[in-house]
Design a protein around this ligand. Structure first.
Ligand SMILES: [Ca+2]
Ligand SMILES: [Ca+2]
Ligand SMILES: [Ca+2]
Length: 416
């Protein structure tokens, strides 16, 4: 009932606005502004508005309850997104041939018709780098294509099962059934991994065990095609601004040569030391070795290419051979901002804030919400019998939707 009354009120208000504009412009022009008199929009969905006019300047204002306006965009189009239901007001202005036309309109943000899921709902890309769990997590079957493997990765994440990203650079790109909104001052989503602490003395300042940090990137479906082909932004975790983190790192892995003679290191449970060679853009090179625990192919079996190239930021190595003889490695955890880095029980340290987004030059970027999230293995490291360091990923949770995963204050944890 309330909504119906609102519609009537808005229609009246809209006609008044049209009348006002009509005094200096004919109605056809007004219609071709391309902006409706009002909008209904589910929460957490984007609304892209664009004027049909070629103006000299465009201004979009958000108007608060007291009637104060604030400029939100000077582009020809504007994408509106709100996580909270309610009535919002905008004003659009266009300068054209020495005149300014204005159009004020409300947007009613309503609850979605079909309840959103708070969890991962789609996987768009699955490109693990070579690794000891590749082809088994998720399981490859002969004949599977990349599309099949993306579907298997999706089935896994939707069931809260683990997938591997393999060695440095390997990634997965996933999303939700809505846009994840960036709530100011709050963590926005959580991603689980399988990190755990070793039994280190509590007085040790550094904690770790199996921490295989994955870097998170976010993207907005700016072109609205539902595909992650838009600009990406890294979420700057605790290591981002340190000189020990390399930017624009690039690595290329090569498929193992067919019929090559393996070179084992039996003392360290390695069946082929020189199994998968890699080179990087810093003059480095090395191998992803094959161990005796995992005997399947480590190179993604569904790909035809003989090489795989990955790029991104490179975190410093975090593994230390505390035994000094290759029997006991501790992979120390970074403070915050990475996947598969801190144990899942430390929930806030597995949470991410869209406000951490930076562009390719490291400049902070404000995003109202994100449609695509990518996680990639952030360390290039090999730890003896433990093998390559590879990020593992389980399902993600949107913290702004009621869920069973995240059970305490969302503002807790690391910096905002
Ligand atoms: Ca936020
Ligand atoms: Ca897109
Ligand atoms: Ca892991």
């Amino acid at each position: 009932m309330l909504i119906k009354e609102n519609i009537i009120k808005i229609c009246v208000a809209a006609s008044a606005a049209v009348m006002a504009l009509s005094s200096c412009h004919n109605e056809i022009e007004i219609v071709s502004l391309g902006i409706n008199d009002y909008y209904y929009l589910p929460r957490m969905k984007k609304l892209r508005m664009e004027t049909a006019y070629e103006g000299e300047a465009f201004r979009w204002f958000a108007i608060d309850k007291e009637g104060n306006d604030s400029l939100v965009s000077t582009a020809r189009s504007y994408t509106f997104l709100k996580g909270e239901e309610g009535e919002y007001h905008l004003r659009f202005e266009i300068d054209m041939e020495g005149r300014t036309m204005k159009h004020s309109f409300p947007i009613f943000v309503v609850h979605e018709e079909v309840e959103y899921s708070p969890y991962t709902a789609n996987v768009y890309e699955y490109r693990p780098a070579p690794g000891q769990f590749v082809n088994t997590m998720p399981m490859y079957s002969p004949g599977d294509t990349e599309k099949d493997m993306v579907r298997k990765a999706k089935d896994a994440l939707l069931s809260d099962e683990m997938i591997t990203l393999g060695a440095y650079g390997g990634y997965v790109t996933f999303g939700f059934d809505h846009t994840v909104c960036n709530t100011p001052g709050q963590m926005d989503f959580m991603i689980k991994g399988n990190a755990f602490y070793s039994d280190l003395p509590e007085y040790e300042e550094l904690q770790g065990g199996s921490s295989e940090p994955g870097i998170v990137m976010v993207s907005v479906d700016s072109n609205g095609n539902g595909v992650p082909d838009d600009e990406w932004y890294e979420l700057a975790g605790s290591e981002y601004y340190k000189s020990t983190t390399l930017k624009n790192y690039m690595i290329t892995y090569s498929r193992p040569q067919e019929g090559r003679e393996p070179v084992p290191d039996k003392k360290n449970q390695i069946s082929d030391l020189y199994y998968i060679p890699w080179t990087d853009n810093h003059g480095g090179s090395g191998y992803v070795a094959k161990n005796t625990y995992h005997t399947q192919d480590y190179f993604p079996a569904w790909l035809d290419d003989d090489t795989m190239t990955f790029s991104g930021s490179l975190l410093p190595q975090n593994g230390v051979d505390e035994s000094h003889r290759g029997t006991y490695f501790v992979l120390y955890a970074y403070p915050w901002g990475y996947v598969d880095n801190q144990p899942n029980r430390l929930m806030s340290l597995n949470c991410f804030n869209i406000d951490w987004a930076v562009d390719g030059d490291g400049n902070p970027v404000h995003l109202d919400g994100v449609d695509f999230i990518r996680v990639y293995t952030g360390v290039n490291q090999y730890c003896g019998w433990l093998g390559e360091t590879s990020t593992e990923v389980l399902r993600a949770t949107d913290l702004h939707i009621d869920n069973d995963e995240y059970l305490f204050d969302q503002t807790g944890g690391s910096n905002n």
